[in-house]
Design a protein around this ligand. Structure first.
Ligand code: LLP
Length: 422
């Protein structure tokens, strides 16, 4: 459920007409709903009760400072995957003890910064990473709390580009080698091995792959404890999917996911962390774009929008579907006609949808891409020297620009001219 609904024939973000935001800020623009973000965070938080738990928002899905502050105020932790995300989490006021550091290629300087600023744990993915972390922590005279990310060799049954839990993927330590690597970690100075981490992929629309993975983790925890490791924390990753179409998708609810977690690992007495990104931020955002031209082509008609693949890359990159709805609600019974919905970028890949049925639209009309709050703004680029589009946060009847559109001068002034060209 989200808070982008039609009211009296117009699309609203909570209590603000979307058209009003577009008029004030221009298009394209990302618009987020505070109530939706808060609702989704709470669903997860409650789903894990009464376990000792922390919901760490995967801020790779949306790392705007205002979004992070909104969630941090509810007690969210953060899952970060780079020094930049760590700095963003800290800048948003998240204490180090609520930040977990994931990622397959953490550098020494990123580790050092996190150890200096405070960190809940590092989710370590390889032996070389263990060695580096050990050396750095030891040289700083501190102890780094560590979980090892296990690759459980489970098929997440999601898009190949976002599946991470099969043995052929670059992520984690093969479960068959886990005991050996835990023994190595326990022998290294500067590390405290406290738990097990697993993340098998993103946009999972069934519980079974999670259940398989968590059952394997539970078995591993028993073995590791028998080997003498004090395993007290489990990080179960993110990945629960969202409905991208209103009509026919019904991924599991956070409450079902929570029950499954209790069923598979609840008996271990561990503190449990999860790292949801998409399910918290995805349906809390839309991208609003205006029609530039309606172009009648050979056997097909094109809606050419001012938004493009550089603003929302998911359709070109993953063939992802986003519902696209007119901001003015179509009258009941109006005939819908098929359009190819495209952006102005000079590539055929800049196509959001083919043959999508829409009510008749004309230049200047607004459309909204639903479910664009996760992996939207964060994956945007300035390709074709198109400015990163602004972001707006709505709360009730108020809205605020939480990232402004840069000017062309600001964009150009980031380039430096070498002396020999002056
Ligand atoms: N934890 C780890 C270690 C991850 O790698 C990810 C996502 C998450 C948590 C959060 O997963 P979520 O709950 O959001 O599914 N750009 C792609 C998605 C990439 C996901 C990468 N890792 C897309 O637009 O679909």
């Amino acid at each position: 459920m989200d808070h982008f609904l039609y009211r009296d024939g117009a699309l609203y973000a909570e209590d603000v007409p979307v058209a009003e935001i577009a008029a004030a800020v221009g298009t394209p623009v990302y618009v987020y709903s505070t109530a939706t973000l808060e609702r989704h965070f709470r669903l997860f938080d409650e789903a894990l009760d009464p376990l000792d738990h922390l919901v760490c928002f995967a801020m790779k899905s949306n790392s705007n400072q205002a979004i992070l502050r909104t969630l941090a105020a509810l007690g969210a932790g953060m899952d970060v995957v780079s020094g930049g995300e760590y700095a963003r989490a800290k800048a948003a006021g998240v204490p180090g003890e609520r930040i977990v550091f994931s990622g397959v290629g953490k550098t020494g300087s990123e580790m050092r910064a996190a150890l200096e600023g405070g960190i809940r744990q590092f989710n370590v993915e390889s032996e070389p990473e263990l060695e580096i972390l050990s050396a750095i922590a030891d040289s700083m005279g501190v102890t780094a709390p560590v979980t090892l990310r296990i690759n459980p060799d489970v098929d997440a049954r999601t898009h190949a580009k976002i599946a991470t839990g099969k043995s052929e993927n670059k992520f984690g330590i093969p479960i068959a080698r886990a005991r050996e690597v835990y023994a190595r970690a326990a022998a290294l100075p500067g590390l405290e091995v406290i738990g097990v981490d697993v993340h098998i992929g993103s946009q999972l629309t069934e519980l079974e792959p999670f259940e398989l993975a968590y059952t394997k983790v539970a078995g591993l925890v028993e073995l590791l404890r028998a080997d003498g490791h004090a395993i007290r924390r489990l990080d179960l990753g993110g990945g629960l999917g969202i409905p991208y179409t209103r009509s026919n998708e019904a991924p599991p609810l956070p409450s079902d996911y929570g029950e499954m977690i209790k069923r598979t690992v609840g008996h271990l007495g561990c503190e449990v962390e999860i790292e949801p990104g998409r399910l918290i931020s995805g349906n809390a955002g839309i991208m609003v774009s205006a029609v530039i031209y309606v172009k009648n082509g050979e056997g097909r008609d094109f809606l050419i929008l001012d938004g493009a693949m550089n603003d929302l890359v998911r359709p070109s990159m993953y063939d992802a579907h986003h519902d696209i709805v007119p901001v003015v609600e179509p009258a009941a019974g109006v005939e819908q006609v098929p359009f190819d919905i495209v952006g102005p970028v000079c590539e055929t890949g800049d196509t959001f949808a083919r043959g999508r049925h829409m009510p008749p639209l004309k230049a200047g009309d607004l459309v909204a891409f639903r479910s664009a709050g996760a992996y939207g703004a964060v994956m945007a680029s300035e390709y074709n020297t198109r400015p990163l589009i602004p972001e707006v946060l709505v709360r009730g009847d108020q809205f605020a620009v939480i990232r402004a559109r840069p000017t062309f001068d600001e964009m150009i002034s980031r380039d430096n001219i070498p002396e020999w060209l002056l």
